[in-house]
Design a protein around this ligand. Sequence first.
Ligand code: SME
Length: 184
Amino acid sequence: MTAALTTSMPQLLSPPLLCSTTFMTTTQTKPTDLLPALDSLVISSRSADDLMKGIVALLHEKLTRYNWVGFYMIERDADRDMLVLGPFKGTMTPHTRIPLNQGICGAAASSGKTVVVDDVNADSRYLACSVETKSEIVVPVFAHGKVVGELDIDSHFLAAFGPEDRTLCERAAEVLGKFLERHS
Ligand code: SME
């Protein structure tokens, strides 16, 4: 009888311990936690396309609020320059080519500045990609002092992009720009 009671004790105590373990493993990745991974991607990438695909996969997979992640690169044309969709993850967008005077993407590319929009439905520049999108960040990519493309991220959450997201996205755009400078 005594032996049976003793062996059942640990089983009675185990549920609270399991709960605390589960809580600890669901801790979310912070955007700046991914900065070292960006540097690793630069080392392992053989081409700019490889690096863009790696950045897109990393951000889309690790940050749950990053629901659409992609690059647009500028195609120079005698008539008019155009942002052309490059590697991306998320639902297909109707905006595969965007003139520099259109959209939040065009605003970031033509101004050369990061654009953060907390509520896309309140911004008249916004070109809709998905009805679920609520906020967006677009960061220009510079190479040899000129804007050559941009990193665009959409979220299903309002005001999803704070200072830490901006730091990560600007660093991602910077490592791509430096890679392009070394390989062109
Ligand atoms: N929303 C962007 C268009 C690109 S999609 O978000 C992928 C814009 O307003 O320029």
